[in-house]
Write a new protein. Structure first.
Length: 787
């Protein structure tokens, strides 16, 4: 609102303007609210509201929506446009600050704002509020307007624009609460907007715009925020206010609720039940679908998050503003009540008075599953987190637990193009309904897929084998190398993991040096140092360091008692702690291995398919071409596929008469899915996205490292990142318990991560590649607070 002097100037202008343009002589009294509005009393019983706007404000939608609703003749009072003498809906004028503006005159809607009510609202009033909004939305269903495709700061479909503002909220606990509200909105509402019916809505049924006449809901004013949106946003905005505790501190105990089907004699003290009454009234006039019911609570949370973030931002510019913070305290108290409520419970409670049930998927209690696992599943299968998580659904970068609670997945790199990607699901389902056979019959999808995979690789990598896992692919790579070279031994990198078979466990220092392992390599396995420039034998990220580690591979070769069939390495080492080998490492290592007649195998199970951002394959970050490339995890987005691609020469050596056959490998369903994954990576430009988001995360994490001494190193490429925690930057003492505690605390905030590295002190980040900027920023803020 303007200063006192400006208000006086506006008042004079109002007075003159209504006389000149509308032929009305009357006093102009300023009205509250955020705009410059004046009550015009004509003295003859007629009252109006005069509203000013800047010249570039578009008000045509507002006039058209009001006219459309006037024609619908609803039993509630809504403002109407009063035409000027000229017949126009608004008139141009010069505003007190000298700028060009416009004014419009509306009929006055009798009543007092809900906000000013002293006595507690009744259930009947809330139900009537719902009925009014339901009838308005039903009446607006057929209404279209060219200006409706707009947005503004309170647009409930664009709540994320306020998310960075969370940082201005003053306590860590409140920041956590606000983030959790945004998170619920993003994961449970935003992702589902495409499923919801849309229409023009009033878009601001807050407690200043809803007018009461005694105990009755009289009407609704201010169509200035109208826009096209999922229709249910209308209800959610009203709910956010109806669920706030009463504005007046004098409010006594609340009256009994209106008796409805399932609301019978429920006292409406708790906010969700208050909301249920509005929902019941709305549903009478405009029935809600299950999908609309599902998103309602997350939308309310989104609206509350905006309320408190905007307040935090405004406090920075004018902490003493008389009206900016009127809802803030109540919003915080409501957020505190809502945050612990699971989405399924909230949806069910909001639907207490209606005959529609939410569609949110749920599961049995985790304890029942843990018990059943104890009976029939080996305990060698570990379960993540001290308090295990049970997931029933995935969508994009989110996983949803058995109570509908969303988790941002920052660690599952298998669901590379996003959980349950519709194109991948569709491709698999379509082919599954048609045919799944084996590779002894001809099928076009096998060759099409092989051709597409090979096209992503440099020559001379051109012959494909298809299996069902990364382990099988590494097993086959080993057989290829041994057959081709006639040698038996292998060199692996310290800390590596290559698979779960007996042979591969023997080739995985991560396993044989880990719990339950023998602690010593078998005679045919030789371990080269991990090219870890942070805590390894050679420190640094320059070429000389890379070459030193490459020469160490040569040293291992020389010391090996037998000739070596293959050198196995990941392009960036995952289990070893998200290690980025310095330039020069692979060139040097490959030179030594090939010099000794060995084959160079690159395990791209963790790093392939665009994850490193700059390239499609991790090895392409270096000036090398491997002899064998091993693929797994992301290749089928969760469908079990493994693949090996090699050179013609090595493939020829393998064609010695013994058939290679995998019952499932290369079946048409897997090929269809593999093709869909490649299509999505290309069509959604996910490699470029990984590059952009990886850089954003690295920047954010490095900034954290400058303020938090617990962070020893931040490293990675694209969306394959690691944060190594140390207790002391000199001694590099690994902060493993701290890493575990952080991962658990972040889980409690709805973020999934895990630790890795020989000391379990590296937080690894390798999310589905559909991660958004918003998600990345939220993670950095959350980590900052938890650190
Ligand atoms: N190689 C690497 C680098 C891996 O990380 C893994 C699995 N974590 C494998 C191979 C084995 O793949 P799978 O679990 O599909 O057998």
């Amino acid at each position: 609102m303007a200063t006192a002097a400006e208000r006086l100037a506006f008042q004079d202008l109002s007075h003159a303007l209504v006389a000149r343009e509308y032929g009305i002589a009357g006093a102009a009294v300023p009205l509250g609210g955020e705009g410059s509005n004046f009550l015009i009393d004509a003295g003859d019983g007629r009252r109006f509201v005069l509203k000013f706007a800047d010249a570039d404000d578009r008000t045509a939608l507002e006039h058209a929506a009001m006219a459309h609703l006037a024609a619908a003749d609803l039993p509630f009072s809504l403002p109407r446009t009063v035409q000027a003498r000229s017949g126009a809906a608004e008139v141009a004028c010069e505003l007190p600050d000298g700028s060009a503006g416009s004014a419009r005159l509306l009929t006055y809607v009798r009543g007092t704002p809900w906000y000013e009510r002293r006595a507690p609202a009744t259930g009947a009033m809330r139900r009537e509020l719902g009925r009014m909004l339901g009838s308005i939305d039903r009446a607006l269903e057929g209404f279209r307007h060219p200006d409706a495709a707009r947005t503004h700061p309170w647009d409930l479909t664009a709540v994320d624009r306020h998310r960075p503002t969370v940082r201005w909220i003053d306590t860590a606990e409140r920041r956590r609460l606000a983030e959790s509200m945004f998170h619920l909105w993003a994961a449970c509402a935003r992702l589902r907007f495409g499923e919801l019916p849309r229409s023009v809505i009033h878009g601001d049924a807050n407690d200043e715009n809803v007018l009461l006449d005694g105990d009755r809901v009289a009407g609704l004013v201010d169509f200035g925020d109208a826009l096209e949106s999922p229709t249910v946003c209308e209800l959610a905005i009203a709910l956010a206010y109806a669920m706030l505790e009463p504005a007046s501190s004098e409010a006594g105990p609340e009256g009994p609720a209106l008796q409805g089907p399932a609301l019978h004699s429920v006292p409406a003290r708790d906010p969700v039940r208050r909301g249920a009454e509005v929902v019941a009234g709305y549903h009478e006039q405009r029935p809600l679908s299950p999908a609309e019911l599902d998103v309602l609570f997350p939308l309310v949370c989104g609206r509350l998050a905006v309320t408190v973030s905007v307040a935090a931002e405004r406090r920075r510019s004018d902490p003493d503003h008389p009206t900016w913070f009127i809802t803030e305290d109540r919003a915080w108290r409501l957020i505190e009540v809502l945050a612990p409520i699971d989405p399924i419970d909230a949806a069910q409670q909001l639907a207490a008075g209606i005959d529609v049930r939410p569609a949110i998927e749920t599961g049995p209690p985790p304890d029942a599953i843990i018990e059943a696992r104890r009976r029939n599943v080996s305990a060698a299968l570990s379960i993540a987190y001290r308090q295990p998580l049970e997931f029933v659904r995935g969508d994009g970068q989110y996983l949803y637990n058995h109570r509908g609670r969303p988790y941002l997945d920052l660690v599952n790199n298998v669901c590379h193009v996003g959980h349950a990607h519709p194109r991948v699901v569709e491709a698999g389902a379509r082919q599954m309904a048609r045919l799944s056979t084996n590779t002894r019959y001809l099928h076009e999808l096998l060759t099409t897929y092989a051709e597409r995979l090979v096209a992503t690789l440099p020559a001379p990598l051109e012959v494909c084998f298809f299996v069902n896992s990364g382990s099988e692919a590494n097993e086959l790579a080993l057989r290829l190398a041994r057959t081709h070279t006639g040698a038996r031994d292998v060199i692996v990198v310290d800390g590596a993991y290559h698979g779960n078979t007996d042979t591969l466990v023997a080739m995985s220092p991560y396993k044989f040096n880990g719990p339950g392992g023998t602690g010593v390599p078998r005679p045919w396995v030789h371990v080269a140092p991990c090219p870890d420039g942070f805590r390894g034998g050679y420190r640094g990220s320059d070429r000389a360091t890379g070459e030193a580690y490459g020469d160490a591979v040569g040293e291992v070769l020389r010391r090996a008692s037998a000739s070596v069939a293959a050198f196995f390495a990941e392009p960036l080492m995952s289990c070893a702690g998200q290690i980025v080998p310095p330039d020069g490492y692979f060139e040097t290592a490959f030179h030594h291995v090939r010099g000794a007649g060995g084959v160079c195998v690159i395990d791209e199970v963790q790093t392939g398919f665009g994850r490193v951002g700059s390239h499609f394959w991790g090895f392409e970050r270096h000036i090398v071409v491997p002899d064998v490339v091993v693929m797994g995890k992301p290749i089928g987005n969760g469908h079990p596929i493994g693949a090996v691609v090699t050179t013609r020469a090595i493939a020829n050596s393998f064609e010695n008469g013994m058939e290679f056959f995998s019952s499932f490998g290369g079946n048409p369903v897997s090929c269809a899915i593999g093709l869909a994954v490649l299509d999505v990576i290309r069509d959604e430009a996910l490699q470029a996205r990984a590059a952009r988001l990886g850089a954003r995360l690295l920047d954010g994490l490095r900034e954290l490292a400058s303020r938090h001494s617990l962070i020893g190193d931040v490293r990675g490429a694209g969306l394959f990142l690691g944060v190594e925690l140390v207790r002391n930057r000199e001694t590099l003492e690994p902060a493993d318990t701290e890493a575990a505690a952080l991962v658990n605390r972040l889980k409690d905030r709805g973020l999934l991560l895990s630790t890795d590295g020989p000391y379990h002190n590296v937080i690894k980040i390798k999310p589905p590649m559909v991660l958004s900027d918003d998600d990345a920023d939220m993670f950095v803020r959350a980590l900052d607070d938890e650190l």
